[in-house]
Every structure is written in structure tokens, then in C-alpha cells.
Design a protein around this ligand. Structure first.
Ligand SMILES: [Zn+2]
Length: 229
């Protein structure tokens, strides 16, 4: 899924790439793939950066990352366990280890590395702030955790991706709790193969958190999201 369009000012475009946490995000200046698996190299041939949250098969495919990196010469930012798996095939100057609390830059796009509540070696989540200040929180397949509440207050997220299935312990309810804690402008239920999980999530939001809109994404479709007014 190549995104040919450029987002309007104060907006970003995104595509949900697979049934997991695979997201392609495009700001006015940068194209970023997060946890791409089950995708063709061809569809990511214009990425500037790849972000990896943890080493599980549904988030990290070292062969695919290596191929994309070769074709695009993009930078790869990854948690420490994934960095270890990528260090022999990604050039050292293109591979960056993401540690909790890091504030990284991809040109004018900022990436903040946050905690992740998931049984992996050193999982992280990423707050991505576009050059015109659209704030996107990619929570990998994290379960809720208390610090999300403060983060939501501080960051005022425009969009938060919420896991509603597949992962251990994850459900529409835990996805809803992530939205409830972070209170974004827009919540996007993902990481599921069942649309019932997504509609259940949407129903809970509508009832309990009416000021947060819900976008149930279709895979491989382009969506534009604008900054909160
Ligand atoms: Zn997962």
C-alpha cells in the first residue's frame, strides 16, 4: 500500500497494514512504517523510517525489515531485543535502539519511547508527533497501564491505536481502557482479526467516552486524521 497522496496541513494519513499493529503513517514530510509484517517490500518502498515495538513474530520480521532497509536506505528504530536480531543485517548507522524515555527525531518528526504492558523482552510504545504537531500514539499490543492517564493529560493525543484482540489478555474491554485512560480525539481499534471486537470497542466508547470518536479501520485503506482544534 503505497501512499501517493500528501496529507493536508495539520493532518496525517495512515493505513492499517495487517491484522496486528502494522501501521503506515505519513506526515507532510515523512513516511513511517510501524511493526510491518505480512506486507510486500514493494508497498513500503518510500518509507523514511521503520519503528519496531518488540520481537514477537507479529511485530518483527527481520528478513522483511532487512529487505525494506536495503531498498529504501531508511532508518530502523527498534526496542533492544529487536535491535539485537537486526544488528547483523542493518548497517550500524541506520539502526537505532529505542530505550524508555528516549526522544528521537526523524527529520522534524518526533518519536518518544514509552512503556508497554506486554509479555515480551523489552517492549516499547511510540508517541509520534508530526512536524505540525499532530500527536499519534502507537501502543503496540499493550494492555492498559496506569501511567497512560497522565500521558493522555500531558500529550492531548489526536489519535491512539488500541489493541482489541489476538494478544494475551487483550479484548475490546482492555482496548477501551486504553482509550479511556488516554482520552484521545480519535481512538482506532486494531490488532484483531474479528470485526466484532472492533464494534464492541466502538459501542463502549460511544457509551462511556462520547467525546472520543472511533474509527474502525479497514486494512489497506488510507485515512486522513487532523489535529484537534
Ligand atoms: Zn502482537
Amino acid at each position: 500500500m503505497l501512499i501517493q497522496k500528501v496529507p493536508e496541513k495539520n493532518s496525517v494519513l495512515f493505513v492499517w497494514l495487517n491484522q496486528y499493529a502494522g501501521i503506515l503513517l505519513k506526515t507532510p514530510s515523512k513516511t513511517i512504517a510501524i511493526d510491518p509484517v505480512d506486507v510486500k517490500v514493494k508497498s513500503l518502498q518510500n518509507v523514511d523510517a521503520i519503528l519496531i515495538t518488540h520481537e514477537h513474530y507479529d511485530h518483527l520480521d527481520p528478513r522483511l525489515i532487512t529487505e525494506i532497509q536495503k531498498v529504501t536506505n531508511c532508518i530502523v528504530i527498534a526496542d533492544s531485543a529487536s535491535t539485537k536480531k537486526l544488528q547483523y543485517t542493518i548497517p550500524a548507522d541506520k539502526l537505532q535502539e529505542a530505550k524508555l524515555g528516549d526522544e528521537l527525531k526523524i527529520g522534524a518528526v518526533k518519536v518518544k519511547v514509552e512503556k508497554c504492558n506486554h509479555p515480551a523482552q523489552a517492549p516499547v510504545t511510540y508517541i509520534i508527533t508530526s512536524e505540525d504537531d499532530v500527536k499519534v500514539y502507537h501502543t503496540a499490543d499493550s494492555l492498559p497501564f496506569p501511567e497512560l492517564a497522565l500521558m493522555g493529560k500531558k500529550e492531548k493525543f489526536d489519535m491512539v491505536f488500541c489493541t482489541v484482540g489476538i494478544s494475551p489478555g487483550a479484548s475490546a474491554q482492555t482496548g477501551f481502557e486504553i482509550a479511556w485512560l488516554t482520552k484521545p480525539q480519535l481512538a482506532v481499534p486494531y490488532h484483531t482479526a474479528l470485526s466484532a471486537n472492533q464494534t464492541e470497542f466502538a459501542d463502549m466508547l460511544k457509551k462511556e467516552l462520547p467525546r472520543t470518536a472511533c474509527l474502525i479501520p479497514e486494512q489497506n485503506k488510507i485515512y486522513q486524521v487532523s489535529k484537534r482544534k
